[in-house]
Design a binder for this molecule. Structure first.
Ligand code: ADP
Ligand code: MG
Length: 506
């Protein structure tokens, strides 16, 4: 067996670890969420690949996550039967910054540099694998990919700036497939290795993981056992065999043993009855699934039946999306019969101007090995797309009907330009988009009005809606064209920045 090989971390990794440890110290328990979500991702990958390569499952069909603790020694072990890693994948994944989640984390940290970093907020980010070092002195990752003959162990100590990789040789540690993580907890963090504490954390952080998570728990059951009466007492009462018989007593004792206990609920939230899911749960699901830290502005959970059957939960985020042309958004997670397929098909399921909408879509009618080509040609997808788009409009309309006007203003501020693009690109949906549009008005200062509101305050003889496009609100307000309108007392909505001059509707 070749000796362990030593590697230095990419410089950025050292920096990231440093940041994680220093900004998340009060949020240490996020390590569990991160490691469980990696296990879940690895299982998703395996399940998806096994659709076309069923052989991948030959070393064990069961897809699960198991967490075992050793509280005396302060050790936590997390095992998944997922896709595992080859030696090269270990180097690529656990020695560099590969993930988008961690990149996002770094970016936010940079942006909030002057302001003191709110660790609560950062605790909501996907900070990834390195968060294991929040609580560990040493981490070992023993992993077996179905693509590799051998199982490898990655090991690193906190603040060592390096890691080693060696072949797993201990026959007791060989696993058929997947990843076995061992965390050697820091002295002050050994409390995490209490079985009840881990169980509580799993319940709290992993309620949306769709694979079973088992934790190793001590259990007890009571049973009645026959016991002899106190021999001292028996003696005083006389002699011999007959006494023994009559002095037998029953006593209740607790028998202890250890066993795996299913700790999470594996039914995906979108399969549940919308009436039984709370807003809180929708928001939590959103934040965990999309690595967001703000609650969404709105959500919509629905099932369609008939011609095409699918379930979906859609969300309007509260965070601004700048790039209107960016189609690679990974905003829609597509599942087929609960199997995660891809988050790379947004463009096929939503038009470009709705690319800010996030959500999950689960269909029973698509093939599991669905590809972009299949999606593009599929009649089923065309129908799904139509329904999804309508639901998205309903959801946005819902925000606009909210008592609280600020909510829609916030929406418009973030996504107004997307809907204007929709007006230009999607003739079929004009009637649905028009009520969602907002404009500045010549008769108010900052407040935005809808076309309906405009029509309501039209003069009796007024026949048209007037509007003007401008670079800014003030340049539109100073346009000579407006003077005539103002003389007549007509209102002129002005469409800041992205507006085009359009003839109005009556
Ligand atoms: P992210 O999950 O956002 O990609 P992480 O830092 O959490 O970032 O993980 C980095 C990479 O390490 C993952 O993308 C994956 O390739 C690999 N990895 C981590 N944990 C596991 C695991 N349990 N099984 C297989 N691969 C894993
Ligand atoms: Mg991760």
């Amino acid at each position: 067996v070749p000796p362990a090989e030593k590697f230095e971390y990419q410089a950025e990794v050292n920096r990231l670890m440093d940041l994680i440890v220093h900004s998340l110290y009060s949020n240490k328990e996020v390590f569990l969420r991160e490691l469980v979500s990696n296990a879940s991702d690895a299982l998703d990958k395996l399940r998806y690949m096994s659709v076309t390569e069923p052989d991948l499952l030959k070393d064990g069909p069961e897809l699960h996550i198991r967490i075992e603790t050793d509280k005396d020694n302060g050790i936590i072990m997390i095992t998944d039967s997922g896709i595992g890693m080859t030696r090269q994948e270990l180097v690529d994944s656990l020695g560099t910054i590969a993930s988008s989640g961690t990149a996002k984390f770094l970016k936010t940290l940079k942006e909030s540099q002057e302001a003191s970093v709110d660790s609560n907020l950062i605790g909501q980010f996907g900070v990834g694998f390195y968060s294991a070092f929040l609580v560990s002195d040493k981490v070992a990752v023993s992993t077996k990919s179905p693509k590799s003959e051998k199982q490898y162990v990655w090991e690193s100590e906190a603040e060592s700036n390096s890691y080693t990789i060696r072949e797993e040789t201990d026959p007791e540690k060989l696993i058929p497939r997947g990843t076995h993580l061992t965390l050697y907890l820091k002295r002050d963090d050994k409390g995490f290795a209490h079985p009840e504490r881990i169980q509580k954390l799993v319940k709290n952080y992993s309620q949306f993981v769709s694979f079973p998570i088992y934790t190793w728990q001590e259990k007890g059951f009571t049973k009645e056992v026959e016991v002899d009466e106190d021999p001292a007492e028996a003696k005083t009462e006389g002699d011999g065999e007959t006494k023994k018989e009559t002095n037998k007593k029953t006593k209740t004792v607790v028998e202890k043993y250890w066993d795996w206990e299913l700790t999470n609920e594996t039914q995906p939230i979108w399969l549940r009855n919308p009436r039984e899911v709370s807003t809180e749960e929708y928001n939590e699901f959103y934040k965990k699934t999309f690595n967001e830290y703000l609650n969404p502005l709105a959500s919509s959970h629905f099932t369609t039946e008939g011609e095409v059957e699918f379930r979906s939960i859609l969300y309007v985020p509260a965070t601004k999306k700048e790039d209107i042309t960016d189609r690679k958004t990974k905003n829609i997670r597509l599942y087929v019969k609960r199997v995660f397929i891809s988050d790379d098909f947004d463009g096929e399921l939503f038009p470009r101007y709705l690319s800010f909408v996030k959500g999950v879509v689960d269909s029973n009618d698509l093939p599991l090995n669905v590809s972009r080509e299949i999606l593009q040609e599929s009649r089923i997808v065309r129908i799904m797309r139509k329904r999804l788009v309508r639901k998205a409009f309903d959801m946005i309309l819902g925000i606009s009907c909210s008592e609280n006007r600020d909510e829609y203003e916030a929406f418009w501020e973030n996504y107004g330009k997307f809907l204007k693009l929709g007006c230009m690109e999607d003739k079929e949906n004009h009637k649905r988009i028009a009520p969602l549009l907002r404009f500045f008005s010549s008769q108010s200062n900052e407040e935005l009005i809808s076309l309906d509101e405009y029509v309501e305050s039209m003069k009796p003889e007024q026949k048209a809606i007037y509007y003007i496009a401008g670079d800014s609100l003030s340049s539109a307000k100073n346009a000579p064209f407006l003077e005539k309108l103002n003389e007549k007392g007509y209102e002129g909505p002005s469409c800041q920045q992205h507006g085009g001059l359009q003839r109005g509707v009556n």
